[in-house]
Design a protein around this ligand. Structure first.
Ligand code: E4P
Length: 214
């Protein structure tokens, strides 16, 4: 399973990339705004840090404008993936980008039929937003399972990129259900490392190590 980081903070990306566990990066307009950096500049910098796919979202919602943005952004670096919202004009745009050989990530997916439409037009990735479904009192993880079954039934090559991940349990369940990739915020990646028994065990080893005869 591929691990992506869901952030536009260069320092976070550099730190996680150094660990050797990072396969790619996803950004969205909210994360870019939070970084307080210039849009194309910060994404260009991220593309130089990470070899794998870096998702960059279009800011418009009509076909012509989205296509124009996608063509422009895809020139920033070879590893750019164009993120397109799951609306009719977006699906039309993904169809066109597939024909042009430009990689896409269809975002804001909240149902299995939506995911099926994205696969029909050859999306490279589909991003089901797990945490936001949980927020409404439903089980977001069921969506991963449904999409996995549909894509497997028809051999759709579109990769499931579990998004809106809020805690390590989401990360674990998405991998158990066969998501191809999971995009995880920096704070959640750090949480995965945290286990009280790891900390207690390490403290004890370090204490006992003082008595080792070298
Ligand atoms: C994914 O591509 C999105 O950027 C992200 O995972 C959304 O997460 P949120 O629901 O925590 O904003």
């Amino acid at each position: 399973m591929k691990i992506f980081i869901d952030t536009a903070e260069v320092k976070e990306i550099e730190e996680i990339n150094r660990l050797g566990i990072l396969d790619g990066v996803t950004t969205n307009p909210s994360l870019i705004a939070k970084s307080k950096r210039k849009f194309k500049e910060v994404v260009g910098e991220i593309c130089k840090i990470v070899d794998g796919p870096v998702s960059m979202e279009v800011l418009s919602t009509n076909f012509d404008e989205m296509l124009k943005e996608a063509k422009e952004y895809s020139k920033i670096a070879e590893n750019i993936v164009i993120k397109i919202p799951l609306i009719p004009e977006g699906i039309r745009c993904v169809n066109e980008l597939t024909n042009l050989g430009i990689q896409t990530n269809v975002t804001l997916c909240f149902s299995a039929p939506q995911a099926l439409l994205a696969a029909k037009v050859g999306a490279t990735y589909i991003s089901p937003f797990i945490g936001r479904i949980d927020d409404l009192g439903y089980n977001g993880m069921e969506l991963i399972s449904e999409i996995r079954s549909i894509y497997d039934n028809y051999n759709f090559p579109t990769q499931i990129l579990a998004a809106s991940i809020r805690h390590p349990l989401h990360f674990k369940e998405a991998s158990l259900l066969g998501a191809n990739a999971v995009t995880v915020p920096y704070s959640t990646l750090k949480m995965i490392f945290k286990h009280p028994l790891t900390d207690i065990g390490l403290d004890k080893f370090l204490e006992d190590a003082k008595n080792i005869i070298l």
